[in-house]
Design a protein. Structure first.
Ligand SMILES: Cc1cc2nc3c(=O)[nH]c(=O)nc-3n(C[C@H](O)[C@H](O)[C@H](O)COP(=O)(O)OP(=O)(O)OC[C@H]3O[C@@H](n4cnc5c(N)ncnc54)[C@H](O)[C@@H]3O)c2cc1C
Length: 571
């Protein structure tokens, strides 16, 4: 137990900071170019895009992180044979730490695209380097170093929103309490912030944001940058859940140029799962976010580009050149030869009049460590009877919450896997309230104080509590397809294969060259494994479509099949 509480930097120092021997350095030389740095010169500055992975050939470099008082704490000192970098360098994003030459330094600079070539060409060495990059990010996530500083109260809805956004995107951050933390008080004073304007966010580059939206925060910390409007991608993938990420991994590893969009974070619904136990190859289970982070890093290793968060809000008919144009919410446009719709589904909301008054602080649609911390030792209500509800109940109860599960049916057996039903029945902290439905919410200033539910008998019960979890199914994310002439079924899921028209590939929509996979597809199996399988399967179809289109430029993304149903419309 004590071992797991030790920081990663202590437990896995050798893997985090491996030494390359002389032969290995010779093997990586062909991927980089040698540069010299004077003593005191910065090789990397936090908040700015660095040159890539840096292998030290001679001299010494200190890696430091900025502390809250503006000073610098030493993380590690690198000498000859060691390399600098973490995941940001692989993706060409701004660095999270500072690196300064302590004496004249000679170094091999490996730019992000060459680093990806190294991963492919030098599998063993690539594995060691990749593992080190991931562990270094894990270390930064543990301390919050290198990321933005949020000043606000942990229970505040906007703080929760910003923390959850950064956590889901695997980006380090620190939260300071404005009342108890001296640094927070100093920041509030320095920037003349009224307590009513909290939370504020101090970005690594020094910019101050007042209660920013996720897009503003993402741009400030460098998660997204502008997209080259002149580039034509082989495939644009809309959605970075398990389906979209699987397409990215297989398409990029097979040489296609891939751009993946997600309006929130990588991982989709699977990223919200407290523990996935039915995914092949993980006998002890794995948290959804851990599984998805692996896929996200893997896709980038093969060269897939990520635009996250970036929302696609329109798919134009192909132009004369047979290409598709995706419109982004911020006005940018992206061109691709083919499109994969992997936009999945979103959580269904409860039909209670004042639900939105409590959604920021007290109503939750997933159960991550953030929510578990808020609810520890408290009574919470959880609505839903499917597997996702069961997993969340078991997870929250395991973290100390007392969970009242409110379900409409007479028991859980009809809608939930047996292993979860058994676990719920065996848990002293979970009580299942059957044949009941939430009838009212009470509270003040955005904070819930009580939930009422009505039994099938007509009797209504009032339960004082501060947190409500909703796991009541999902609706397809297809509003953005309005006007695209992609046909949907009556519930809004995308039609594919023979339902989309004659001669269609099983995953192809009513438009040639546009495919749909995962939960968003009509008739799909709503499981992580099924989404991943379709993500892999669609790549073969992409190859044959692209090959045909190249051989016959007059071919048909413009032609839409005769569909048995009307084209897409907003629901
Ligand atoms: C809490 C929970 C627990 C679960 N546990 C399990 C489990 O244990 N085992 C299992 O097999 N299944 C589980 N599931 C189901 C599983 O997660 C889904 O079947 C799977 O995630 C579907 O993958 P997907 O990629 O098709 O879609 P999603 O996972 O829904 O991903 C779609 C992505 O598209 C993005 N998006 C949507 N619209 C746009 C747009 N216009 N522009 C850009 N991006 C967009 C969304 O932000 C999202 O990230 C669970 C689901 C939930 C909610």
């Amino acid at each position: 137990m004590a071992l797991s509480l030790q920081p990663t930097i202590e437990r896995r120092r050798d893997q985090m900071f491996p030494d390359l021997d002389r032969v290995e350095i010779e093997r990586v030389r062909r991927f980089g170019e040698v540069r010299s740095f004077a003593a005191g010169e910065a090789l990397l500055t936090a908040g700015q895009v660095g040159p890539g992975l840096i292998v030290i050939l001679a001299g010494r470099v200190d890696i430091t992180q900025r502390n809250q008082s503006g000073g610098r704490d030493l993380i590690v000192s690198h000498g000859p044979g060691q390399f600098m970098g973490e995941l940001a360098q692989m993706a060409g994003r701004p660095g999270l730490v500072d690196a300064t030459a302590q004496e004249p330094v000679q170094a091999l600079i490996i730019q992000p695209d060459r680093l990806r070539a190294l991963f492919v060409a030098e599998a063993d060495l690539g594995e060691r380097i990749m593992r080190a990059l991931i562990l270094r990010r894990v270390g930064l996530l543990e301390t919050g170093a290198g990321g933005p500083i949020i000043v606000g109260w942990a229970e505040n809805g906007d703080v929760l929103r910003l923390e959850s956004f950064l956590r889901r995107n695997g980006h380090p951050h620190q939260l300071l309490n404005p009342e108890t933390d001296a640094e927070a008080k100093a920041l509030i004073e320095r920037f003349h912030v009224d307590p009513g304007q909290l939370p504020i966010v101090l970005c690594p580059g020094g910019q101050l944001l007042r209660n920013p939206g996720e897009d503003e925060l993402a741009r400030c910390v460098g998660l997204v940058g502008p997209i080259d409007p002149n580039r034509v991608y082989d495939v644009a993938v809309v959605g970075a859940g398990p389906a979209g990420l699987a397409t990215a991994v297989y398409a990029a590893s097979e040489g296609l140029s891939v751009l993946v969009f997600d309006c929130r974070s990588f991982g989709g619904q699977a990223g919200a799962s407290a523990r996935i136990e039915n995914y092949l190859g993980f006998p002890t289970g794995i948290t959804g976010i851990a599984l998805m982070a692996r896929a996200y890093n893997q896709a980038q290793k093969f060269g897939a580009e990520m635009a996250i968060p970036d929302e696609v809000n329109g798919l134009n008919a192909a132009d004369d050149s047979g290409r598709f144009v995706l419109q982004l919410r911020d006005g940018e446009r992206v061109t691709a030869r083919s499109v994969v719709i992997a936009s999945g589904a979103r959580y269904r909301r409860l039909g209670v009049a004042n639900l939105d008054a409590f959604e920021a602080s007290s109503v939750h649609y997933w159960a991550s460590p953030l929510e578990a911390k808020l609810c520890a030792n408290q009574e919470v209500a959880l609505v839903g009877a499917g597997n996702s509800a069961g997993q969340a109940a078991v997870y929250l109860a395991g973290q100390g919450a007392k969970v009242k599960m409110v379900v409409r049916g007479a028991n859980l057996g009809a809608t939930m896997s047996r292993y979860l039903v058994d676990r719920i029945e065996g848990h002293a902290n979970i009580e299942v309230v059957t044949r009941a439905a939430v009838s009212g919410l009470e509270g003040r200033d955005g904070f819930l104080e009580a939930v009422r539910w009505r039994h099938a008998t007509g009797e209504e019960l009032r339960q004082p509590l501060r947190h409500l979890f909703l796991f009541i199914g999902a609706e397809p994310n297809t509003d953005w397809l309005a006007g695209s002439s992609i046909a949907l079924d009556p519930k809004g899921f995308v039609l594919t294969g023979e339902d989309a028209g004659a001669d269609r590939h099983p995953l192809e929509t009513t438009r040639r060259g546009v495919f749909a996979i995962g939960d968003v597809r009509a008739k799909s199996i709503k499981r992580v494994a099924a989404a991943v399988g379709e993500g892999a399967q669609v790549v073969a179809a992409l190859h044959s479509f692209l090959a045909e289109a190249a051989a016959n430029p007059a071919m048909a993304p413009n032609s839409s099949a005769t569909s048995p149903l009307a084209p897409a419309q907003s629901r």
